[in-house]
Design a protein around this ligand. Sequence first.
Ligand code: 5GP
Length: 120
Amino acid sequence: ATQPYDDDNLFAKILRDEIPSKRVYEDDYAIAFHDIAPQAPTHLLVIPRGRYVSWDDFSTRASEAEIAGFVRAVGTVARAAGMVEPGYRLLANTGGHGGQEVPHLHVHIFAGRPLGPMLA
Ligand code: 5GP
């Protein structure tokens, strides 16, 4: 079972602009901003506006419109940043074993160098 959504989590505060972030994109469904500790030359985070703890919470509870809007936003951010060629990587850490640190769904976008094989 998914934990209840915490309105005081870091990304909830970034959504409300209570904590500053370097936003690169926003629409009705999602916002995107630079990760504070980039693991690649380009490292962005895309989050839905809705109150979802994780990929699991979102994929089971969100409406079709929210799911479509979020997926489209992830693609739009990568495309707008010119990452489609030569390519990029998406990652959604989920839960404890997934190494998720912030309990609001976020998809990482990594790009800007050859990323090599997937790490364990
Ligand atoms: P997770 O480990 O949950 O998948 O990813 C959390 C990400 O949030 C990490 O990559 C971390 O660097 C990033 N992060 C942590 N605190 C902040 C912050 O205050 N601002 C921004 N923009 N990113 C943050």
